[in-house]
Ligand binder design. Structure first.
Ligand code: HEM
Length: 122
């Protein structure tokens, strides 16, 4: 697949992730655990994280980051951002009163991930 296709896959995962986390954070019952669709939100969240990774690894291959060589710093930053975004629903369950702050964190991290990939500062 082409660089362009992988980038679209990457974006698909990112938008899905933002949509599902926003939805889940806005539904008190999802966080409390008594929402009948909670498992579905969790599954969509996991699928979104996987699709981001799929697109990300495809992009890595297309821009020439090889398996053998150590990852550049900006990629490690992206793995960190990815992990934090993966932990958002769990964090919201632990600190439900922080849901709004977590919701604000999502676009900030998404923009940061884009900036890191675009400018590769380290
Ligand atoms: C482990 C996870 C991730 C990996 C391996 C990864 C990898 C990559 C790679 C290799 C590129 C292409 C850079 C280039 O074209 O030179 C890229 C671009 C991008 N990534 Fe990721 N990424 C990951 C997670 C994320 C996350 C979580 C987000 C946002 C929520 C994100 C947002 C973006 C954006 C917006 C771009 C496009 C930047 C541009 O070229 O304008 N990435 N990513």
């Amino acid at each position: 697949m082409s660089y362009f296709t992988y980038k679209l896959i990457h974006y698909l995962g990112i938008f899905l992730l933002i949509a599902v986390v926003g939805l889940a954070l806005g539904r008190r019952s999802v966080l409390d655990g008594d929402d009948p669709l909670r498992r579905r939100w969790n599954t969509i969240h996991a699928v979104a994280l996987f699709v981001i990774l799929l697109g990300g690894f495809g992009l890595m291959a297309r821009i020439g980051v090889d398996h053998g060589e150590p990852f550049p710093g900006w990629l490690w930053a992206k793995f960190g951002i990815w992990a934090v975004l993966g932990g958002t629903l769990l964090a919201a369950r632990w600190w439900p009163s922080r849901s709004l702050a977590l919701m604000g964190l999502i676009p900030v991290l998404a923009v940061l991930a884009g900036w890191v990939a675009f400018s590769k500062p380290f």
